[in-house]
Ligand binder design. Structure first.
Ligand SMILES: [Zn+2]
Ligand SMILES: [Zn+2]
Length: 731
């Protein structure tokens, strides 16, 4: 491209703003000029909005009426690499470029001028008088070990007023300092050596290092059984990347895992990296964004949105637990962080490491096809060995109604307790009971805004809709027939399971691990640590426990309902059940004690259950791949979901039918259209939902065809249309 690098004052520039305008706008370069890619503040009507200098002005507008750029922000200009990534990711996901720019600038106060600010950190004095509010302030500072906060952030986090903080400052218990906003992160010490590696780990690390030294794009599937020490291996790749002077990004599927991971990074490199996720304070977020762009952050650890940071020279992206569903953004811009990581790396010449014990079928197939390098780590680290796995045939168990822990499983739990070991009872359902029914009139309590059952959360004493989050107090009377005391819980959630366990094992210390039972990520982390150190005999857990946490005393995993994930017609039901069961089972026996995993099932002969028990992963993947290939389903064909929603119950169907009638653009590429059909969850937040599904051969230009197909459509009032390329869920 023959674009000027710099625009002198008064020159016309074309600016992409974060506003949904469908076009870019011309402005005049401000005093001092502006660079290509500069982040700027520009007037738009009466407002000031954020934008990026996208190119030379088009000049198709009267120059005299063109307003100047208000201000150039004091941050590194957007690099061509990020620009190309936003454009291509937008084209792939059919997301407008302004939305992509919003994803890349989700940081408050970006336009604040650089200045000094007052920050507050822990002092060494004890206050003469300790109040609850003061204790909370000090607890926040201790929890964040050494981090400093602005007055407002600290007061907000402690749930108190700024005067309490100021009071602690006069006592010397809190220190007030002036610091430049947005200081660089401390340098990571690359000369420190990591933990000694096993032969298996060393081989894997050597191959990853070699990839990095090539300084060109490549993706590696790092498949390591649970406990094989994948993290140490990819930290070696991080070290190699940083030694080459490039930046690294590690994506984690869940915020609750970040704290444990940061501790490992600190142990390995002697300092903490930049953090990027929704739990990070506003000040830290802005600092991370700016420092990533200026090279003041070598390593970023974060959630999927960290992919959109303005790296100066990104050399490595690690996607840990790459099969995890949470990498697919299901709200707003529908993108899969795993796939977008590969796209960004291909643009900027970086390496990608996809780490998992149970890879997604997509990644497995890409490795089979030779697109990804594949490294297998089969030795479990240290003395740990894979657990014995077996089914409990529930058809042969004497179960009483409203009970879910079979006599066989009870016996196994008892044995572990006698030996001072831990048992985990796994059920992937939050709350007390998934359904609440009136025994008098048969009414099932549903959310007023969604076609979903309200889930009783006894701990909160509320009914909660897991679709929209709406909650209300547990009613005393049936909302339908007004009978009193007739509401009955149907089916188990973890809270109810905990109640059953408490009756069965009155002497046991029982801990329930479910994300909604902890007030914050910090409380959750503290809870997990206490349990891991032996603070419970029996752990009742949702899928939260399947994700990477270590429980050294845990030797038994009992899966309460192994059939749960097999219900429904989801394309990925088998794959997900397989992954989740393998992950959960992998929690058992991670130290020198051998573990066992028992699956309660009514269909022990089901092929997926058999594959889980046999542990023959390659056969499972091959069988699953054969089925998908025969059906032309992903990854051997392509899918796109179209979701129409409206407050009007008829409108989405009518509109969907019109779309379906004019599907020439789809048929031209050999694609088929299914629907419209009512979505499995036919109403969410008061909006009626209808789905269409486009199925296309692999390699067909799906996005172009969909764009062409939808271009003439005029959305009726209040109708929303969302396109989900490569859908992961079909709700
Ligand atoms: Zn009733
Ligand atoms: Zn709802």
């Amino acid at each position: 491209m023959d674009q000027p690098e710099f625009y002198a004052e008064g020159a016309l520039v074309n600016v992409l703003t974060t506003q949904p305008l469908d076009r870019t706008l011309d402005y005049r370069a401000p005093e001092g000029g502006c660079a290509q890619g500069a982040y700027v503040q520009v007037p738009l009507g009466p407002r000031q909005v954020l934008g990026v200098v996208w190119g030379p002005g088009r000049g198709d507008f009267d120059y005299a009426k063109i307003r100047p750029v208000t201000r150039v922000l004091n941050v590194a200009p957007m690099r061509d690499e990020l620009r190309e990534f936003l454009i291509r990711a937008g084209e792939y996901t059919l997301t407008p470029i302004d939305s992509m720019l919003r994803l890349a600038t989700r940081v408050p106060g970006l336009s604040d001028p650089p200045s000094m600010q007052k920050v507050y950190r822990l002092g060494d004095q004890t206050p003469d008088r300790m109040t609850d509010a003061r204790a909370r302030v000090l607890a926040v500072l201790e929890d964040y070990g050494g981090l400093a906060f602005t007055l407002k952030e600290l007061a907000d986090m402690a749930g108190t007023s700024s005067s309490v903080v100021k009071g602690l400052v006069t006592q010397g218990a809190v220190l007030e300092e002036a610091t430049p906003r947005d200081a660089p992160y401390p340098a990571l010490d690359l000369d420190r050596s990591g933990k000694p590696l096993t032969g298996d780990q060393e081989n894997a690390a050597t191959r990853l290092r070699a990839g990095l030294q090539s300084e060109s794009y490549g993706t590696t599937l790092l498949r390591g059984v649970t406990g094989s020490g994948k993290t140490e291996v990819y930290l070696e790749a991080v070290a190699e990347c940083l030694k080459l002077g490039r930046q690294a990004l590690v994506l984690l599927p869940e915020i609750a895992l970040t704290a444990e991971f940061l501790t490992r990074v600190e142990a390995r490199f002697g300092a903490r990296p930049a953090e990027w996720h929704s739990g990070v304070t506003m000040t830290e977020r802005r600092r991370a964004w700016k420092m990533v762009g200026q090279g003041g952050a070598q390593l970023v650890v974060g959630a999927r949105s960290a992919l959109f940071l303005p790296y100066r020279d990104l050399g490595l992206i690690v996607v840990d637990e790459e099969h995890d569903n949470s990498y697919k953004q299901e709200d707003g811009s529908l993108y899969n962080a795993r796939d977008m990581a590969v796209l960004r790396a291909a643009i900027c010449g970086a390496r990608v490491v996809l780490a998992s014990a149970t890879p997604s079928l997509e990644s497995w197939a890409n490795a089979e096809a030779g697109k990804y390098e594949r490294i297998d780590m089969t030795d479990r680290f240290g003395p740990a060995i894979l657990p014995d796995m077996d089914a409990i045939d529930m058809r042969a168990e004497a179960m009483s109604s409203g009970k879910w822990i079979s006599p066989s499983l009870q016996g196994e739990v008892r044995q572990r307790m006698e030996k001072g070991e831990q048992a985990l009872l796994f059920l992937n359902r939050r709350g007390y009971a998934p359904v609440t029914l009136c025994r008098a009139c048969g009414e099932q309590i549903e959310c007023e805004h969604c076609s979903a059952s309200m889930v009783e959360h006894r701990f909160l004493k509320r009914l909660v809709c897991h679709q929209c989050g709406e909650s209300r107090p547990m009613p005393e009377k049936c909302p339908s027939c007004e009978a009193e005391g007739t509401l009955a819980p149907i089916g188990p959630g973890v809270e109810r399971l905990a109640e059953e366990a408490a009756e069965l094992f009155p002497d046991a210390r029982i801990a329930t691990l479910s994300s909604d039972l902890f007030g914050s990520a910090r409380a959750l982390k503290a809870g997990i640590e206490a349990i891991a150190q032996g603070g419970a005999d029996i752990i009742i857990g949702t899928q939260l426990v399947a994700k990477g946490h270590n429980f050294p005393l845990l030797t038994l995993v009992g899966v309460i309902d192994a059939d749960l994930g097999l219900q429904g017609s989801d394309l990925r039901a088998a794959e997900r059940t397989f992954q989740l069961m393998r992950q959960v089972a992998g929690r058992a026996g991670r130290s020198e004690r051998k573990g066992a995993a028992l699956l309660q099932t009514y269909q022990p002969e089901h092929p997926v259950i058999r594959a889980i028990l046999d542990g023959d992963e390659e056969s499972f993947w091959r069988a699953e791949a054969d089925q998908r290939r025969a059906a032309g389903m992903p990854p051997y064909g392509r899918l796109a979901g179209i979701i129409l929603s409206s407050p009007d119950p008829q409108a989405p169907f009518q509109f969907g039918t019109t779309l379906a009638r004019h599907d020439d653009a789809l048929r031209e590429i050999g694609a088929q259209l299914f629907g419209p059909a009512a979505a499995p969850i036919a109403r969410i937040r008061g909006r009626h939902r209808v789905r269409l599904l486009v199925k296309a051969p692999k390699g067909a230009p799906l996005q172009q065809a969909i764009t062409k197909w939808l271009a003439p459509a005029r959305l009726p009032k209040d109708m929303r249309l969302a396109v989900d390329i490569d859908p992961q869920s079909f709700y």
